[in-house]
Design a protein around this ligand. Structure first.
Ligand SMILES: Cc1cc2nc3c(=O)[nH]c(=O)nc-3n(C[C@H](O)[C@H](O)[C@H](O)COP(=O)(O)OP(=O)(O)OC[C@H]3O[C@@H](n4cnc5c(N)ncnc54)[C@H](O)[C@@H]3O)c2cc1C
Length: 423
């Protein structure tokens, strides 16, 4: 099942999403014999790429944006030898269009920690004043029970044209009902530190090429075993330790010296591990992909205000659109969604051509709802079984469900596993 000297302790990592890949690569880097077990035929989980017949090429299940200040993303990519796998502008720059009045602007924050850019009218969101921006600072020290709408009362142009879309994208939940503490964590780590911490970064050319394939290659080089299409069906738990793993073709014994990292989604973890409290309320994301190169001059990412489309991503071979917190539209039929979203794209990018070949990808349980109530249900990585640890964007990372959170959760579980292994 796994490599390593006979009798050496093993680390079983269940789930090859980014949390599992993060834990597995940290453990493999430290010389641990790793066995990664994934239920789906491919690794990547909610961050995956696949060949799509309608699009005639490889697409991502959804556009994933990370920011240059995401520390765990940088560490992970360095570890797996994919440091240069993300693309983005050399400095923080965000283009927007407001479909309601046709206004267009580009937000150009300065690089350093003192936000003098908010003092310059031409660099700010149109219709805002410098003092509007200060109204969001209290989010950074909000308590874990507070909702954003209680902490921030602003509903003016800054809210509508920047903070509402930014927070919706980061939290995948209507900001009004979302946790102020989770929003505050994002602000502290990115916006409050200056533009060089929030340069937008996108996996290029696909999510798999940046986040998944290099990790699998790295694990292969380290002698780890990776089994795809192998669903963990059950877990035998003794009073103090995990003792066996049930996979379709075998029961794998787990000795007290071995470790198990469960990096599966929360509903799966709750089924496998008794007595676990996990988030149980989720929000959808809809992505629309159109087989057409964006017109020359289109920014790599365009924020859309006042439409169904929220963020338009321009790739060499396709235009992709993200709609977050999409529960209100996710059940509409795919043709209706494609037509509706294409209308926004055509207007935003000034395209007169008819709608090209398209694909709609619906992720109904894209992330847990980032409300204070759901945040309170997130367990820590340690369990009452001393060789069993949890990972996943839904564990208690202090961040919303993001790539950065998933990768950090894997690091945390791996650190606990290494301690158990006395390494
Ligand atoms: C459409 C979409 C857009 C997103 N956009 C962004 C973004 O722009 N920026 C950002 O930072 N984040 C974004 N996210 C969130 C990000 O994708 C997730 O936070 C991250 O991928 C979660 O990784 P994970 O490993 O915690 O979970 P998952 O990716 O869910 O991984 C869990 C893995 O466990 C496997 N599994 C389940 N049950 C079993 C079992 N019994 N046995 C074995 N394996 C099992 C699953 O198949 C899966 O591979 C987006 C998510 C979606 C869906």
């Amino acid at each position: 099942m796994s490599s390593g000297a006979p009798g050496a302790p093993k680390a079983y990592v269940i789930g090859a999403g980014l949390a599992g890949l993060s834990a597995a690569t940290v453990l493999a880097a430290r010389g641990v014999s790793v066995a990664l077990i994934e239920g789906a035929p491919q690794a990547g989980g909610r961050c995956r790429s696949y060949f799509d017949a309608a699009m005639g090429g490889v697409i991502d299940n959804g556009n994933h944006l990370v920011l240059s200040g995401n520390r765990a993303v940088q560490d992970y990519l360095s570890r797996i030898g994919a440091k240069n796998a993300l693309a983005g502008p050399p400095c923080a720059e965000f283009a927007f269009v407001d479909l309601q009045d046709g206004a267009r602007w580009t937000l150009r924050p300065n690089e350093g920690g003192v936000p003098y850019w908010v003092g310059r009218k031409q660099r700010r969101v149109p219709g805002t004043t410098a003092t509007d921006y200060m109204k969001y600072a209290p989010l950074m020290w909000a308590g874990r029970k507070a909702r954003i709408d209680v902490v921030v009362k602003d509903r003016g142009p800054l809210w509508r044209r920047l903070m509402q879309p930014f927070l919706l994208a980061a939290l995948n939940t209507a900001p009004e009902e979302s946790s102020a503490a989770l929003a505050g964590a994002i602000l502290r780590e990115t916006l409050a530190k200056g533009g060089r911490f929030y340069r937008p970064r996108i996996a290029h050319p696909t999510l798999a090429a940046a986040f998944v394939d290099p990790a699998l290659r790295y694990l292969g080089e380290k002698g780890a075993s990776v089994r795809l299409s192998t669903r963990l069906r059950g877990l035998t738990l003794g009073p103090r330790a995990a003792m066996a793993l049930d996979v379709p073709d075998a029961t794998l014994p787990v000795s007290a010296r071995d470790v198990v990292v469960m990096a599966v989604p929360p509903w799966q973890a709750a089924e496998l591990v008794p007595g676990l409290t996990v988030p149980d309320n989720f929000r959808a994301i809809v992505n629309a992909h159109f087989k057409m190169a964006a017109p020359p001059g289109t920014p790599p990412i365009l924020g859309v205000i006042g439409g169904t489309a929220e963020w338009i991503f321009a790739f060499d071979d396709r235009i992709s659109v993200t709609v977050s917190g999409a529960d209100a539209i996710v059940d509409q039929d795919r043709e209706t969604l494609a037509t509706r979203i294409w209308a926004d794209v055509a207007e935003a990018l000034d395209i007169t051509a008819p709608m090209p070949a398209w694909q709609i990808v619906k992720e109904k349980r894209a992330t847990f709802a980032a409300t204070p109530q759901q945040d309170a249900r997130r367990p820590v990585a340690k369990t009452r079984w001393r060789n069993l640890f949890l990972a996943g964007d839904w564990t208690q990372t202090g961040l919303p469900a993001t790539i950065e959170g998933a990768l950090r959760s894997g690091e945390t579980a791996a650190a606990l596993a290494l301690r158990h292994l006395s390494l």
